[in-house]
Ligand binder design. Structure first.
Ligand code: TYM
Length: 340
């Protein structure tokens, strides 16, 4: 069975339909997917199976899944250039995850930062799925023979684990069953920090009111949140990693505007934190207002959105199934060619 026929490198990435998407998700992931859409062959997934690894509301999952899908398209993912699908629509993800489970040492998973953080938050009610989360993520990536995985910095360790799992299985099976992926982390705003606590990553699951700027926040809310952002008592506006709050605001500004660090420092010369906060808010608003407009148009027609996701799942399955069968064959399973 062959691997990918296209000469373009493959990209796969995903977002969990949990909480409200924020500018960290946009700058760390979505914006980069859109920017490099023409260069690669792209698969973008809404990872609903991952969203149930912590307690969740079943009555909200469906809507959240549509929300994330609509946001992909609103941000500029084009279904004629990228395959967009829902993870649970392609059952190969769960099947490959099982095969990979049986080849992943527990010790590797116990070292994952995200597991340590999230299991502490769950206080005694930690599901097996949370521990196993990175193996399902490895299945997402390996099924598509992805060369590149564009993610924010918090997901780098998971992509490295995917490499380890793929390399160890390839060497055990004595053949190159899986393509070894590379994490692709943006140079700026790879880790957007919370506005209320710039030492903590901006997160969908933190519910304090001025922590995250949501992609669907109204302009006046965005302005208010940035005005309240925690900074320091300094004066000069410079990129200095030790001044966490200031550095976070400057990085957001840089990623939203695309200007260089030197140009930004020159622009803010002689200005104060109040000016910076207002201008970061304005740059954010002008970037996300058109996205919000498209988002409203897309969500006005949920049936059309569902049709796009169905088509995406069919295109994704055609690729995923080939890899899954390759893995079953290499791992010694008897595979009569059953029709699905
Ligand atoms: P998730 O849903 O937490 O986040 C989606 C994407 O947003 C990035 N991100 C950030 N980037 C910069 N600053 C932040 N504060 C910030 N917060 C989140 C994340 O790095 C991610 O790129 N495990 C993944 C979902 C996943 C996946 C995959 C990703 C499942 N399977 C396969 C890539 C490939 C996650 O929880 O992302």
């Amino acid at each position: 069975m062959t691997k990918k026929p296209s000469s373009k490198q493959r990209v796969l990435s995903g977002v969990q339909p949990s909480g409200d998407l924020h500018i960290g998700n946009y700058l760390g992931a979505l914006k980069n997917w859109v920017d490099s859409q023409d260069e690669f062959e792209n698969f973008f997934c809404i990872v609903d199976l991952h969203a149930i690894t912590v307690p969740y509301e079943p009555s909200e999952l469906r809507e959240k899944t549509r929300e994330v899908a609509a946001m992909y398209f609103a941000c500029g993912i084009d279904p004629s250039r990228s395959v967009v699908f829902v993870q649970s629509h392609v059952s190969e993800h769960a099947e490959l995850a099982w095969l990979l489970n049986c080849a992943t040492p527990m010790g590797w998973l116990g070292r994952m930062h995200q597991y340590k953080e999230k299991s502490e938050q769950q206080k005694g009610q930690v599901f097996v799925g949370l521990f196993d989360y990175p193996v399902l993520m490895a299945a997402d990536i390996l099924l598509y023979d992805a060369d590149r995985v564009p993610v924010g910095e918090d997901q780098k360790q998971h992509v490295e684990l995917t490499r380890d799992i793929a390399q160890s299985l390839n060497s055990r099976l004595g053949q190159s069953v899986f393509t070894i992926p590379q994490p692709f982390i943006p140079g700026v705003a790879a880790r957007v920090m919370g506005l209320d606590d710039p030492k903590k990553k901006m997160s969908k699951s933190t519910s304090t009111p001025h922590h995250a700027v949501g992609l669907l926040d109204e302009p006046k809310t965005i302005l208010k949140k940035f005005k309240r952002a925690v900074t320091d008592s300094g004066r000069s506006i410079r990129f200095d990693e030790e001044r966490h709050g200031l550095h976070n605001l400057l990085s957001i500004y840089q990623s939203m505007t695309g200007e260089t660090a030197e140009a930004i420092e020159a622009h803010f010369e002689g200005k104060g934190y109040g000016d910076l906060k207002r201008e970061v808010a304005e740059a954010t608003i002008s970037r996300i207002e058109p996205i919000q407009k498209r988002y409203r148009e897309i969500t006005d027609d949920p049936a059309a959105l569902d049709r796009l996701l169905l088509e995406g799942a069919e295109r994704a399955r055609a690729v995923a199934n080939v890899t899954l069968e390759r893995a079953f064959d290499a791992m010694g399973f008897l595979r009569p060619r059953l029709k699905k």
